[in-house]
Design a protein around this ligand. Sequence first.
Ligand code: UT7
Length: 340
Amino acid sequence: MSHKPRPKSKILGAGHYMPPRVVTNGDLATKYGIETTDEWIQQRSGIRERHFADEGVTNSDLAAEASKRALEAAGVGREEVDCILFATLSPDHEFPGSGCFLQAKLGVPGIPAMDIRNQCSGFIYALSVADGLIQTGRYKRILVVGSEIHSRGIDLSTRGRDVAVLFGDGAGAVIVAPAEEDEDRGIYSVHLHADGSYAKELWTEAPGCALHPSRITRQMIEDGKIYPSMNGKLVFLHAVRKMPEVMLEALEYNGMKVSDLDLFVPHQANIRINEAVGKALGLPEEKVVNTIAGFGNTTAATIPIGLSEAVRQGRLRPGSLVGLAAFGSGFTWASALVRW
Ligand code: UT7
């Protein structure tokens, strides 16, 4: 069904923050003792290095820095923020949500703070919630953050190397506000999907309340059940199919074509996935934003980081039509179409 685009909400600005410590592929082999090589990691994933947060720095610390930068880019004071949506799979603690820790760090008490747990699709899911909340008329300046500290949740040993070498720490944020009546700029649509029958193909089993009689055992820790496990090939196959499909769904919904896109900001899991997705869509390379070489996979943070980097590089300008697409654990997948 085609639909005449009339955005109800818009993104006022984006910011990101990467913790300063850089860990190269070589460091994973020499400093962490993982049996891997720079060549294997670059060939299979396109990653050269990633950032790891230092001891004492938390996910909500990264998020606070990214939020300050997004507020500055948007020209919005922190006291104007009236809602926080925090997408992450690596929260500071089991509960409360990291949104509450971020709210305290930003010094904006009283406003709602909600965590969104949809992993690699988490930022687009959060954007959809923001768009819906703006449409209720009750919120005017929503802070949407994607932030992760993976370096403490992956198995940084040879046993976990298939997953561990892919992930990094980082945060990105945007400010979402109502669009004016006659404005062309804004979020045209967000499309969300999930298929829970694949939930265990990319997941962390423990700790969890599905486990009886306690949420975790010493044996589970020893067996590495506290780390993510991934059926890499299956995830890859689904990602290269679903990301183009969901981007085309967005374009069709808005009566637009791939050639209308000025920029495409995909989730960053693997350069080979993004090349395949770009090719399937028929997008020239210069329209695809890739940050994976320097940052690795930062899950919910990849898309706001990509937006912020694209602005910094002058590739995303006022009036640009940008497509966003993600695929990941759940399985979940999602897209958004935005006039910047
Ligand atoms: O954001 C969440 C979504 N995640 C994704 O989208 C990731 C999707 N999957 C992928 O990107 C790829 O499947 C991987 C990068 C994870 C793996 O690439 P692959 O080409 O599918 O490699 P593979 O799993 O077939 O592994 C090939 C070999 C294996 O050895 P054998 O069995 O062929 O002897 C692995 O044991 O490479 C070995 N291997 C490694 N070698 C060096 C696995 N990890 C490593 C490593 N260093 N880090």
